[in-house]
Design a protein around this ligand. Sequence first.
Ligand SMILES: Nc1nc2c(ncn2[C@@H]2O[C@H](COP(=O)(O)OP(=O)(O)OP(=O)(O)O)[C@@H](O)[C@H]2O)c(=O)[nH]1
Ligand SMILES: [Mg+2]
Length: 546
Amino acid sequence: MSLCFCSNLKPSILFPDSDLRWNPTRTRPVSFTKLRQTNYSFIKAVGEEIGVLSPDDSFSLRNPVIEEETLPETEVNEVENEVAASVVDEDKAQSWIKKSENKDQQVDELDENSSRFKLLNGKEVFEEKAYLVGVSCRGGTEDSFGIEESLKELAQLADTAGLLVVDSTYQKLSSPNPRTYIGSGKVAEIKTAIRAFDVETVIFDDELSPGQLRNLEKAFGGDVRVCDRTALILDIFNQRAATREASLQVSLAQMEYQLPRLTRMWTHLERQAGGQVKGMGEKQIEVDKRILRTQIGVLKKELESVRKHRKQYRNHRVSVPVPVVSLVGYTNAGKSTLLNRLTGADVLAEDRLFATLDPTTRRVQMKNGKEFLLTDTVGFIQKLPTTLVAAFRATLEEIAESSILVHVVDISHPLAELQIEAVEKVLSELDAVSIPKLMVWNKVDKARDPEKIKLEAKTKNDVVCVSALTGEGLDEFCNEIQNRLKDTMVWVEALIPFDKGELLSTIHHVGMVERTEYTEKGTLVRAHVPLRFASLLTPMRQMCVS
Ligand SMILES: Nc1nc2c(ncn2[C@@H]2O[C@H](COP(=O)(O)OP(=O)(O)OP(=O)(O)O)[C@@H](O)[C@H]2O)c(=O)[nH]1
Ligand SMILES: [Mg+2]
């Protein structure tokens, strides 16, 4: 079962007739997208399975409110309110509130809620209203995405996850507030916006600490879900995981993300016991953590066995020594479209982030009869959660074993250069910097000045301009791949006996033959061949020397 740990769910949406109260500090262990399709017993089963609930626990929904925790004095951030974008002035706030109050009178809430169920990736998803928050830290690196651009991307992520973004805001700080990430003034402003827009989820553009998450939920009045970019990306991955391996990887990443965030989930036990069993909650947290760690161990073992199969498949592929070319790049750059165009494959390609999670490999037949294998991989993004990079490391091993990496760039994107840097950063984390690279400037048809871009590409010797959509530049791309593959091959001279005719045809297939000569003992061939194949030819190469 794949579980999502990152999402909290408002009980009133799930159980409209109940008198359940929203428990702000309790992180619910199931994704809201999954929960919408399900019911109480499923939630309970899931809770029991991961050990967050015990079978005789009343699911804590009957007692979901934890004791009041007095927030410590807010640490005053020196510049917290210095620059606050989209500052909510009083008039605006009042008009929002009036608007929302009127709306409350006019629209039947249930009708409104039912119209917000959407179909996404074949699943029913409740379109929650989301409010986005970013922080721009002074002294942030020059080469990083600007706060507005980063928020735009966060909005795209939210849309991909099936949320409805109602507004966003950001704040410039010298450093994030350790308690609430943003300053207290900004917290108050967001609280007003939450009421005005009926916001259900507040999403922060950076990873929040467990303490910051808790404090923010409390500060916002306990009625909204607070999550961060990492949780959102994990949710998207959870929705999109289609294969067993992807599901296991995402579950593992989610559990590892959730582990430090389990704190204070069980404080209600102390209340239930009338405060007589002090520390009961503390003990339960330890139990929960231990169960979660065990689950992580189980998942890792399962993943290991799935990976063994993949490795066997890869080894089988090595015995047919066709060179492997991997497509890497920022999410939505057009990798899958390029694979589809070159191989006639039918990989899902759409204008959404993280359409592809699993690698797909297809054979590309070039016009001269040569062929290579082309692999499509998961896209990268700035601020990619490290847990996710680690979880997908095995899938990305495909990349490390490639002869060439093709870095696909959406050249029509205004932040193409920053996206290139973000991809290179991830590649360096994956130890893939030493693999020969070819850069493809894709979507040239969509660029503002295609001719200028094509001219610029010509001045660089490792860039090819293409349009995966129209097919423009694809012949040049294949030629360039062929030239580069030659550079990754080794030069051999081998005497192939006449009864090994299949070896000779493989050399023609995967290598670059310069000359063949028929002798009494067999065919003398001089060619460039892939390294792995060269080792298969060793006995025949020695025959040639003798
Ligand atoms: N105009 C134009 N659009 C393109 C081109 N290549 C891809 N697209 C569009 O860009 C969007 C994303 O394409 P994908 O192929 O799914 O991108 P991807 O890199 O595989 O994305 P992820 O799997 O999310 O990492 C789709 O809507 C494509 O139709 C192109 O050359 N020109
Ligand atoms: Mg794709």
